[in-house]
Ligand binder design. Structure first.
Ligand code: KDG
Ligand code: MG
Length: 402
C-alpha cells in the first residue's frame, strides 16, 4: 500500500497548527500533528522540502522502518524541528494502519489498560479569590485533577495566568511580549495559595503546579519542601532539564513529586532522569517526541524505573496530537495523567474528532484509526498568523538566564 500524496497544511483557527495528511494508493488517509509553537514554518518547510519527497511511493504499512529511515537517514539527529516532522509522519502512519485494520489505534498498541484517561485542567487567576473560583469551576465540570497557577503580587503579568479562562494561549503577539520575573516574590507567594486551595477543597482533589523552568535547583528544592504539606501530585518544570544533574539536588531535599519533559524531543533528553529516578512523571508528547513510536519507547523505559507518563496537552498541541496521546495513554501500563486544555470551537471545526470528556476522563473514539481528521476546506479559511511566546526578564532587565 504505497503513499501517493502528502500534504502539509498550515492553518490558524485561533492559533497556528501544522498538520501532515498522507494519502495511500487505496485512498486511505492519515493525519499527524507537527505544530511547534512559535517555530511552525520551520517544521512545515522541513516536511515539504525534505520529507514529503522521500515519502511518495513508500509502503505505508512500514511504520518502524519509516521512523528509522527518517531519523537515521537525516544524519542530523534529534532537535524539535526534526522530531516534530518525524512525529507527524509516524502519527499519520498509525492512523492509516488503524483504518486498514478496522481498529482504533489503542487496540494496535495492546488494548485498554484502563477505562478512561484521567485529565487535568488549568485553574488560574490573578488573585486567590479568582483561583478558588476557577478550581471550583473545574471540580463542578468533573475534573479529578487541577493545575493551579496564580498571579504574583508585585509582578504585572505571570506566565501561565491567562486573561481568557477557558482558552489559555501564551503565544500572544507577533513580537514576543516581555514580562518581568522575581523569584523572591514568587517563592513567598505560592505556598499560601496551595494552603487555601487545600482548605477549601480537601485532600482528595489532585493538585499540580507548573514552575515553567524559572528556578535554580536549590530554589526548586525549597519550593518543593514548602509545598509538601499541601500534597501536590506534581511540581512541573522546576528547573530547565538542560541540566539533568540539577534534579539530583532537588531530589535530595524534597518528596514533592517532579514532572518534566514538555520540551523533550528524544529519549536521550530524559534517559538519565528516568534511570536515576530523579523524576516521577515524564511529560514528553506525541508531536514533539517523534510520534507514537518514539514516545512509546520513552514510556517503556520510564515504566522500568517506576516513572509515570504525564503528557503535555496545551492548546498548541492540535486535536490530532490529543487523539494520538489518548490512544497511547489508554494502552500503556504506567499512565499517570494527561493534560487537557479545551480547544476553541474554530479549532474543533478544522479538526473534527470523536474523543470526548466525561466525569474527569477523556475517551478516544472507537472508530478505526485515531478518530480525528483535518477538514482542509475549513483549514484554508484560517491563514497563518505569526505569534510568539513571551520573553522573561528579571527586575533589573536581564533576560532570565535559565
Ligand atoms: O508552547 C508552550 C506551551 O505549551 C506551554 O507554555 C504550556 O507549560 C505549558 C503547559 O504545561 O501546558
Ligand atoms: Mg508546562
Amino acid at each position: 500500500m504505497r503513499i501517493t500524496d502528502a500534504r502539509v497544511v498550515v492553518t490558524s483557527p485561533g492559533r497556528n497548527f501544522v498538520t501532515l495528511k498522507l494519502v495511500t494508493e487505496d485512498g486511505v488517509t492519515g493525519v499527524g500533528d507537527s505544530t511547534l509553537n512559535g517555530r511552525e514554518l520551520a517544521v512545515a518547510a522541513y516536511l515539504r522540502e525534505h520529507v514529503v519527497p522521500l515519502l511518495i511511493g513508500r509502503d505505508a504499512a512500514r511504520i518502524e522502518d519509516t521512523w528509522q529511515y527518517l531519523y537515521q537517514g537525516a544524519y542530523w539527529r534529534r532537535g524539535p524541528v526534526t522530531m516534530s516532522a518525524i512525529a507527524a509522519v509516524d502519527t499519520a502512519l498509525w492512523d492509516i494502519k488503524g483504518k486498514v485494520a478496522g481498529l482504533p489505534v489503542y487496540q494496535l498498541l495492546g488494548g485498554r489498560s484502563r477505562d478512561g484517561v484521567t485529565v487535568y485542567g488549568h485553574a488560574n487567576g490573578e488573585t486567590i479569590d479568582d483561583v478558588l473560583a476557577e478550581v471550583a469551576r473545574f471540580v463542578e465540570l468533573g475534573y479529578r485533577a487541577v493545575r493551579v497557577q496564580s498571579g504574583v503580587p508585585g509582578l504585572a503579568k505571570t506566565y501561565g495566568v491567562s486573561a481568557d479562562r477557558m482558552f489559555y494561549e501564551p503565544a500572544d503577539a507577533a513580537q514576543p511580549t516581555e514580562t518581568v520575573w522575581s523569584t523572591r516574590r514568587y517563592l513567598a507567594h505560592v505556598p499560601g495559595i496551595f494552603a487555601r486551595v487545600r482548605e477549601e477543597f480537601g485532600t482528595h482533589l489532585q493538585l499540580l503546579h507548573d514552575v515553567h523552568h524559572r528556578l535554580t535547583p536549590i530554589e526548586a528544592a525549597r519550593l518543593g519542601k514548602s509545598l509538601e504539606p499541601h500534597d501536590l501530585t506534581w511540581m512541573e518544570d522546576p528547573v530547565p532539564a538542560d541540566l539533568q544533574e540539577g534534579f539530583r539536588l532537588i531530589r535530595q531535599h524534597t518528596t514533592t513529586p517532579i514532572a518534566v519533559g514538555e520540551v523533550f524531543n528524544s529519549i536521550y533528553d530524559c534517559a538519565a532522569l528516568i534511570r536515576e529516578q530523579l523524576i516521577d512523571y515524564v511529560r514528553a508528547t506525541v508531536v514533539h517526541a517523534g510520534g507514537i513510536t518514539h514516545l512509546r519507547r520513552i514510556f517503556d523505559l520510564a515504566a522500568l524505573h517506576h516513572v509515570r507518563s504525564g503528557s503535555h496537552g496545551a492548546t498548541d498541541l492540535s486535536p490530532v496530537c490529543m487523539a494520538a496521546a489518548l490512544h497511547l495513554d489508554l494502552a500503556i501500563p504506567n499512565f499517570g495523567l494527561q493534560e487537557y486544555m479545551r480547544h476553541t470551537p474554530e479549532t474543533d471545526e478544522v479538526f473534527p474528532h470523536g474523543y470526548h470528556f466525561d466525569d474527569g476522563y477523556l475517551h478516544p473514539p472507537e472508530t478505526p484509526g485515531l478518530g480525528v481528521d483535518l477538514d482542509e476546506e475549513a483549514a484554508a479559511r484560517y491563514l497563518y498568523n505569526p505569534a510568539y511566546l513571551p520573553v522573561n526578564r528579571l527586575e533589573d532587565g536581564t533576560v532570565h538566564p535559565w
